[in-house]
Design a protein around this ligand. Sequence first.
Ligand code: ADP
Ligand code: MG
Length: 284
Amino acid sequence: ATPTALMVGTGRSAKLGILIKNGEVLEAANTVKTIVFDKTGTITVGQPKVTDIVGDEKTVLQLAASLEAASEHPLAAAVLAQAKVSQVTAAPVTDFKAVEGRGVTGLVAGRSAFIGNSKMIDQLPAALATQMTALQKEAKTVVVVGEDQHAIGLIAIQDTPKASSAPAIAALKQRGYRTVMLTGDNRRVAAAIAQQVGIDDVIADVLPGEKAAAVAKLQADAPVAFVGDGINDAPALTTAAVGIAMGSGTDIAIESGGIVLVKNDLRDVVTALTLARKTFNRIR
Ligand code: ADP
Ligand code: MG
């Protein structure tokens, strides 16, 4: 690889909003066979909205909003936006705790309360479990809201795929790449979104600390490009042969990526990989 050829490659891509940190990144991009995607904010728009509330709406929403007021999770923003629309005001919370990859807990009016996925509770009543499954099949992320160890309701939250995601995945598959989704969300939700955008394989229910190990495992087969945007994606971005960060992502994700997609458009993954192929095949 001559330095001049690499500079031509990276300079041209920068004009398209594809920032490539250095020539080695482009060279690594020429070797990848598997593209692994984070879900929220990468494949989806990343602005989840509440679609359904199961249980007494005001009670469920009030407890949920109280707990989520102190959370920085994208799902928390959706709950708070809905509380505002429904004119529900949050109650003060003490002992707030974020449980990684699961949800949050705290004391609301002196009673212990929680919101999060089903791992937050020993057992979900059968009626709620059935409704949860049905909503998840509609590609909705469902969180349980409860007091003590008792569920009082469910909140379904939906985040839609970006319009550019399906064509990007199709183009990658056509070029022979294996596509994988890696997410902390539930497997049913993940499978529904994967189907909507045409992704082959899904690895779901992954804790934030497990994403890098999952990438390493896939990489035992073939070099991986990991595409992500979140704080929890940073280790996976550096573990992959090529880390591709969304420009809209958190600072730590952008710093960890060898390639940054300024336009947050997954079709630019195709452009970057094609550029790598062209650059290295020309100079070889
Ligand atoms: P992702 O891979 O989508 O970024 P996370 O690891 O952040 O997922 O979260 C995994 C799951 O944990 C979420 O889908 C949700 O069910 C639950 N969860 C995490 N944080 C919260 C929260 N603040 N409120 C409700 N649920 C949460
Ligand atoms: Mg994300």
